[in-house]
Design a protein around this ligand. Sequence first.
Ligand code: ARG
Length: 467
Amino acid sequence: MTDHLWSGRFEQAPDTDVFGFQASFSFDRRLFEDDIRGSLAWAGALADAGVMSSEEAQIVTDGLNDILNRGLADRSFVTGDDEDVHAFVERQLVERVGDAGKRLHTGRSRNDQVSLDLRLYVRRQVHCLQSLTLELISALVDQANAAGSTLMPAYTHLRRAQPILVAHFFLAHIAALKRDYQRFDVVREEADAMPLGSGAIAGSGYAVDTERLASRLGFSRVVSNSVDAVADRDFVSSFLHTCALLMVHLSRVAEDLVLFTGEEFAFFELADVVTTGSSLMPQKKNPDALELVRGKAGRTIGGLAGWLATMKGLPSGYNKDLQQDKEAVFDAEDTVSASLPAVTAVVHNLVLSRKQTESAASGLLLATDVADYLVSRGMPFRDAHSVVGRLVRRLLGEGRDFESLSLEEWRAVNPLFGDDILKRVTAQAAVKARLTPQSTNPEAVGAMLEECQEWLALARSRVTVEA
Ligand code: ARG
């Protein structure tokens, strides 16, 4: 009978299918590196606590390092019939160093071990996802810079609303992505609690210096309750939520670009290198990458919802249901880490069609500015809204827009219109007339863009230092 970590208690070997069903090695092998780093630190802690001699700890350390190096050099080494990655590492260790290896699991359970591994893993991956987020932000910043003073329409209800700078449009998506970046910081902070010493549930029976162990593993604190610790996956929920929300934001970038690069808008041209053709219709140039990102957002949202349903109503302490955490984390991570570079490539290769965006940015969407003009001449806004509303209705009927009105016609609409109205009712004047810091006023946008570039440089240097 194959020996498992727990075989002593059993008369019969487990059914092959059932064992295979509950085993996790096929996916938790991704925790290989973290499992070994955790075990290296645990060996040190056991030696410090006098549970293992320092000679034995050294033998275990050498053995673990050998396994780590083999696994890092060749991922296919990390395979076997083992139940999970913890069993794999222990088997490899005992094969190498014998009895000393059998002492490593003293005072530890796979319950606190797997929590540690996943916390270490999430901490590393959050870092990678943040780097990828910064790359996309950087591509959007480049587009915002390149757009200069170019105007485009902004939409509410997907109807032309008011003119804005193209840079302002890009900065809007940047604002959401910056929040995602910061949300990953919160995930890291949540994962930053060292669970070893919790044992299976009641705490370890050996006086291990958990503070020291935490700092050895780069954690800033130790968990506060062993019962909570072996079943706390809040950091997983937060990670999945952050990934899902990031994907929601990516799907909105994707949707905007699907629309704005289509024939009807034609504000931007999609580069050949980020599109695909149709097998039937020779003229087609499809934004598949963007559509897939939009679609995959649904998958990530489903991952979060599924995981929360798994957690709901679990009794206290470790339950095997928790093993679902890993596939959820890996899937969200894979989805986000594939989607971010795809969107970055699309954004990086976008070509702005200035003529198209600017011609769409003038016309009746200047109605608010006409109303504001009347307000500047003393008319209450509600009355101005109504005067301009009637004018719009008339112009629509005549197939004209504001620019075609002569001064006499303006005055006939309302004597408050002076000869400066012609200058005031342009898209350029409209953006300049927006006055708040978050507005599309060119100076405000310039300041935001500058601030964003500084933020990006700082975030990048932080990501590099922590790598
Ligand atoms: N593969 C398990 C998991 O991912 C490891 C912990 C197993 N603990 C246990 N008591 N069976 O959750």
